[in-house]
Design a protein around this ligand. Sequence first.
Ligand code: HMG
Ligand code: MG
Length: 303
Amino acid sequence: MSSLPKQVKIVEVGPRDGLQNERENVPAEIKIELVNRLTTAGFQNIEAAAFVSPKWVPQMATSAEVMAAIKRKPGVIYSALTPNMQGFEAALAAKADEVVIFGSASEAFSQKNINCSIAESIARFEGVAKAAKENGIRLRGSISCAFGCPYQGEVPLDAVADVVGRMRDLGCDEIDIADTIGVATPRKTQAVMERAIREFRVDGLSGHFHDTYGQALANIYASLEVGIAIYHSSVSGLGGCPYAKGATGNVATEDVLYMMQGLGIETGIDLDIVVDAGQFISQFLNRKGASRAGNAIAAKRAA
Ligand code: HMG
Ligand code: MG
């Protein structure tokens, strides 16, 4: 059996990737409370905001208010999405610790999500990347549809490798390989990750899996086997993507933590506090949480 990483970093993306897709308006104070609870749980990195056009993604319009009011723990990275210089200026003013440029391995998805081609997006990101470096802010690159696209279907490995290389050349500290619509299966996941590893340091690559087809945990395990040690997840499995119809939320953080505990892999995160945070946001949204482990732990407590 291949040896798995002894510890992993879990990036909690619920406050951004999760909530961006909620129909119901989630007021800033609820988001702030959620981020504070997640900070208490021990995450090293929380994606808390997106400085994008409020016409495109209305749910993220309160990002500045959220960033201003959260209780920050020293050393924790609070990240924000920044598609262009306007977004970067807002993230800088909001004291984001990390800015995220987000491109796609699929031409069709790039047009739908950020209204430009892959090449145009990279040109736009150059300014953001340069400004991030000048201001000493961490830079992360996120690559959507690395395993399949809702508009063009198959995405060639070379297309993923090409964008990973471009993100690397822009100076990204970390690069996310994202399954936006949750279509990957374990062998496919390993093929994509192994191709990405040829272009970028393995310890700088992360797996961002949506759970649409119920494959996310299996894909994380498959990624562990090839050495990936950073994973994105959303508390209570919140979310989706407004430009990927039918895509469900990210893999649930509670499920990932439960699996890591069972595998003896350290995360530094308190699962019980995450379960509480999941119950908190699910109650606000007036529905049962989408984390199987979260619901099981909550039910056991109540028994
Ligand atoms: P555009 O319409 O081509 O841009 O949108 P524009 O430059 O022509 O500007 C149009 C209007 O937007 C102007 O306002 C700008 O001021 C405003 P108007 O003059 O009409 O009143 N604007 C902005 N406002 C606030 N912040 C900004 C900003 N930029 C322009 N930064 C744009 C281009 C990129 C802005 C738009 O397409 C956009 O905001 N897209 C966001 C899409 C998005 O957030 N998608 C979800 C996140 S990605 C994701 O979830 C995937 C990920 O999870 C990984 C995975 O799972 O795949 C990361
Ligand atoms: Mg996503």
